[in-house]
Design a protein around this ligand. Sequence first.
Ligand code: SAM
Ligand code: SF4
Ligand code: SF4
Length: 336
Amino acid sequence: MPSSLVDTRARPLRDLRISVTDRCNFRCSYCMPKEVFGPGHPFLERSRLLAFEEIARLARIFRSLGVEKIRLTGGEPTLRRDLDRLVVLLAQIPGLDLTLTTNGSLLEQFARPLADAGLHRVSVSLDSLDDATFGKMNDVGFPVARVLAGIGAAAAAGLKPVKVNGVIKRSVNLGSVLPLARHFRGSGHILRFIEFMDVGTTNGWRMDEVVPSRELVALIGAEWPIEPVEPNYPGEVAERWRYKDGAGEIGFISSVTQAFCRNCSRARLSAEGRLFTCLFAVRGTDLRALLRGDASDDRIRETIAAEWRARDDRYSEIRKSETAALPKIEMSYIGG
Ligand code: SAM
Ligand code: SF4
Ligand code: SF4
């Protein structure tokens, strides 16, 4: 039976986000700005990435420590070759909810093989339905239609409900909020808006670019009345709302204006096998060295447990304008 491991704030370890690559085919301005992640950027060499067998071994150990949900992420996870082979390995671990976060660009091709491999659901990022605005957000001119096709393919393959995540920057895509809401109302997909966060140190974050969820609730509610829904479980990141006319759910992730550190049960594993206990951490524990140094499962389990027991993170609760400039790990590395 999973143990009842808790950190210094009595928070259990329930979720693990695994980054399978630090590379991406988009250059979203809020995540991997082109000026920083240009052609000469030193991405991780393949030999430094955890092999699928290494990831699966760690996943089993995390499961034994109480992890119930694994989300594959990146960078762009679908760029990792043969990702479905990793999903097959993870799907063999009993009692795990297995999901993937993707920009959707390759989902039309990979939704079916990933579903067949045992993936349960996907979250797809989409910041606008307007090609010019979306092209500006992803900064490689990627067309909306192909992401929508990916969302359709995911639903058709049974990876549902599909969650569609949009990051809103006030000066760029606030005008995309109502069209996105209109499009996904009644579709069976769940649209969620994420507040623009000060992850990493390169995305030029400014508080005046953040659109507080409250403002979006008012904007959408004025068009189509909505009401709050009880969380699925304590510590759920998205605040759930539903359309009063029965057109389904919509969510808001208020990482900046309403911090949810108090219930944060998430650990992160970087593509090269470092364990981070917070999205805004500066230091990670090298689990790859243990894996490749022939450490036993018990030794690795004890290392992870000791890190979690000592965990004190609550960055979003103490965020101030000064903390936004502190050194932090980039989201594309640590895994969003
Ligand atoms: N490439 C995949 C994708 O975009 O879905 C997975 C990795 S991405 C880092 C995970 C999520 O983090 C995406 O939904 C993305 O929109 C979000 N994200 C990245 N930078 C962000 C920021 N500065 N503020 C809020 N969300 C951000
Ligand atoms: Fe790539 Fe996702 Fe970051 Fe956009 S948010 S640059 S798609 S990793
Ligand atoms: Fe969890 Fe850190 Fe985010 Fe707080 S800031 S919710 S502790 S990941």
